[in-house]
Design a protein around this ligand. Structure first.
Ligand code: XMP
Ligand code: MG
Length: 183
């Protein structure tokens, strides 16, 4: 779906598909260099990270394994609470593996902090984080994120995997919704 297909629903486009892809290619280049000579397992967080994972992985000129976790964080409305539940666990044993968590967006970082301590307890050889987008609150996070993509304002956004009530995930750009969509 292009922005032009749902023009009336959007109040601001933050990043176009081309801008997102350019940033992900840059991150993929860094990741490729950092993991040279090592097997890499990328762990995507469902469902938002599907697009990020697809574009990152395809930017590599090397092999990479992919696995997925589905977690839900409960919170009021559009803010997460840090209370997390695993809905689908990994199929892969990550003991002694080089693991890179792939996220769509980090807001408070509560979801990710929980995920990091959960995966750390499985004793991977290494564990790093990659996110396509960050919001300003992420700066206060306890967990360092090695590969950070594009910055967003403290607004609820949709597109490129991010949803509002399971819609807009297939929008190519990342945008803020117009107020009428919520009413
Ligand atoms: P925290 O606050 O735990 O939140 O870092 C991370 C998770 O919350 C979701 N999230 C969003 N989803 N538009 C969305 O569609 C947004 O603007 C947004 N901000 C946070 C997202 O699932 C992420 O994994
Ligand atoms: Mg999500």
């Amino acid at each position: 779906m292009d922005a032009s297909d749902i023009e009336k629903d959007l109040s601001k486009i933050h990043y176009t598909e081309d801008q997102i892809l350019a940033k992900l290619r840059e991150l993929a280049g860094r990741i490729e260099r950092d993991y040279e000579g090592k097997d890499l397992l990328m762990v995507g967080v469902l469902r938002g990270a599907v697009m990020v994972m697809a574009d990152l992985a395809r930017s590599f000129g090397r092999h990479v394994e992919m696995d997925w976790m589905a977690i839900s964080s409960y919170g009021s409305g559009t803010k997460s609470s840090g209370v997390v539940r695993i809905q689908k666990d990994l199929d892969t044993d990550i003991t002694n593996r080089h693991v890179l968590i792939v996220e769509d967006i980090i807001d408070t970082g509560l979801t990710l902090s929980w995920l990091v301590s959960n995966l750390e307890s499985r004793k991977p050889a290494s564990l790093e984080l990659c996110t396509a987008f960050v919001k300003p609150d992420a700066a206060k996070m306890a967990v360092p994120v090695k590969y950070v993509g594009l910055e967003l304002p403290d607004e609820f956004v949709v597109g490129y995997g991010l949803d509002y009530a399971e819609k807009y995930r297939n929008l190519r750009c990342v945008a803020t919704l117009a107020p009428h969509v919520y009413s």
